[in-house]
Design a protein around this ligand. Structure first.
Ligand code: GLY
Length: 318
């Protein structure tokens, strides 16, 4: 008890120029701010880090601005298939869902997998059955069909390829995967990541987000981490665990750890993406190799800071 809580969230990394052009920057920053303030309330009231990251991820999934939950990108069949994972830094317990359809908040189902199943990851039809068994309603397709996503999918179909929601210049509307990391007043860490994946994805493609160690990781001895970017690159580098290992084996601080992680991603696989992190001491840090990243943080119960970063610099306070 008596530790100061910290919270950091992200709404994806990528080229953000179009958001500025469309005048949506303040809408996004307002949304990041409001979600952080909601998370602050939970942590200030003595809520757990797991509760806080689940809450933040649900809010991000419900907002069609982000590529997760309601605003998920569409796969090659024009359907939404979502991935999500949540991890508890106290026990290393984790829950994940992949290739999920019709569930409003995949992160809630991931938490249910963590608490109510003896497994770590459930996929597709089975995950949906598990959801129904635990009383999750099935949403109609319409709930997920956001007009901008349909346009983006049509564009990708025309080009005949898959694309990141938020990276290249061929589509005017791109925002990415979401994530949250928290440290509560007990000093416990948790992390969550949720996504619709990449536009026009095929063959049951699953990215890094639901894979423990790749797109999410939390361990009270080191840090909590959530990633956004090209899933394949984060899978191949097991990046979130790698960052935790930098702290475990090399005793890096938060800032040095996110730098080492993104340097590793770039050097090894020319990777595109970003990570957010809180270390066991409650220090927050974020870094990305993309031209921009959307995130916000509360470090040790300090002021709420929101960033719409357009340079690949890392940020850290404290
Ligand atoms: N990072 C999200 C994905 O590639 O699916």
């Amino acid at each position: 008890m008596n530790k100061k809580f910290s919270l950091i969230i992200h709404g994806g990394a990528g080229a953000l120029d179009h958001i500025k052009r469309e005048g949506k920057e303040s809408e996004i920053m307002d949304s990041v701010y409001s979600i952080l303030e909601g998370g602050r309330q939970i942590l200030a009231d003595g809520g757990t880090a797991l509760d806080a990251v689940e809450y933040c991820a649900i809010r991000l999934e419900d907002d069609p601005l982000y590529n997760a939950g309601r605003g998920s990108v569409l796969n090659e069949y024009g359907e939404v298939e979502m991935d999500a994972a949540i991890m508890d830094g106290v026990t290393l317990d984790a829950g994940a869902v992949a290739g999920l359809t019709a569930i409003k908040n995949p992160i809630q189902l991931a938490r249910q997998v963590l608490t109510k199943s003896e497994h770590v990851m459930l996929i597709g039809k089975g995950a949906r059955e598990f959801a129904q068994l635990h009383g999750f309603p099935l949403m109609p397709n319409d709930y997920f069909f956001v007009e901008s996503r349909v346009q983006q999918w049509r564009e990708a179909q025309k080009l005949g390829g898959m694309m990141l929601d938020h990276e290249n210049a061929t589509s005017p509307k791109k925002l990415g995967t979401i994530g949250a990391v928290a440290r509560d007043r007990q000093g416990n860490l948790a992390a969550a990541t949720s996504t619709g994946g990449i536009v026009n994805k095929r063959w049951g493609r699953v990215g890094d987000s639901p894979v423990i160690g790749a797109g999410v990781f939390a361990d009270n001895e080191t840090c909590g981490v959530s990633a956004t970017g090209y899933g394949e690159q984060f899978l191949r580098t097991v990046l979130c665990k790698m960052v935790s290992d930098f702290i475990y084996f090399q005793r890096l601080d938060a800032r040095a750890a996110v730098s080492a992680g993104i340097d590793y991603l770039v050097q090894k696989v020319d990777g595109l993406g970003g990570i957010i992190l809180i270390d066991k001491n409650g220090h927050c840090a974020a870094r990305h190799s993309t031209s921009g990243m959307i995130y916000g943080l509360i470090e040790k119960e300090g002021e709420t800071y929101c960033s719409f970063v357009q340079s690949p610099e890392y940020f850290a306070v404290g």
